[in-house]
Ligand binder design. Structure first.
Ligand code: HEM
Length: 155
């Protein structure tokens, strides 16, 4: 009985743990270089509509420059709905439903299988292919480490 209880305690991740920035991201982050913190309104400006601007997409609160994947993410391209926002939920579920896109980084109610898929795509697609340009502001409340980094004030 006690071991079952302990197992449940260990297995139940808090939302902060689910959203912890993976260690390899932290290691790559040079704390001497100021990082950019995005609000969701700021991120909207990089949705591929303005061809002069880079295209940004956030997954798990990490903002990636996906401009090199313009054929997927640019205006009128298949995955354009994912950009200019934190598309964590839609990417975890691998769907482009309006409802999931609107829920941005809300992972409430997602089965573990989706969370595992999310981490796999995060690492194998986004970390592997695209530069990190910043972090979403909501991470400030769930990741203590980010309080240690210097934040860029001008762009
Ligand atoms: C019939 C359905 C689908 C097919 C056949 C399909 C096919 C593909 C293929 C072939 C690639 C790799 C392209 C390449 O590397 O050149 C890809 C990438 C991708 N797909 Fe899909 N896909 C489908 C649906 C979806 C849906 C519903 C989502 C919603 C989130 C999605 C999200 C992605 C993402 C995020 C990538 C990575 C793009 C990148 O490398 O930046 N796909 N898909």
């Amino acid at each position: 009985m006690l071991s079952l209880f302990l197992l449940m305690v260990v297995a139940k991740k808090t939302s902060a743990e689910k959203f912890a920035i993976p260690h390899d991201v932290i290691e790559k982050l040079n704390v001497k270089t100021p990082v950019r913190i995005f609000t969701s309104d700021e991120l909207k400006r990089y949705s591929g509509v303005d061809s002069e601007k880079p295209i940004y997409l956030a997954v798990k609160g990490v903002v990636f420059d996906v401009t090199s994947g313009k054929k997927f993410y640019g205006k009128n391209s298949v995955y354009n709905a994912l950009v200019g926002k934190d598309a964590t939920r839609a990417i975890a579920k691998m769907n482009l439903d309006e409802e999931d896109l609107k829920r941005e980084h809300d992972i409430e109610g997602l089965e573990d299988k989706y969370l595992q898929d999310l981490d796999k795509i995060f690492n194998d697609v986004y970390m592997a292919k695209y530069p990190v340009v910043g972090y979403m502001d909501y991470l400030l409340s769930v990741n203590k480490f980010i309080n240690k980094v210097r934040i860029k004030e001008e762009f």
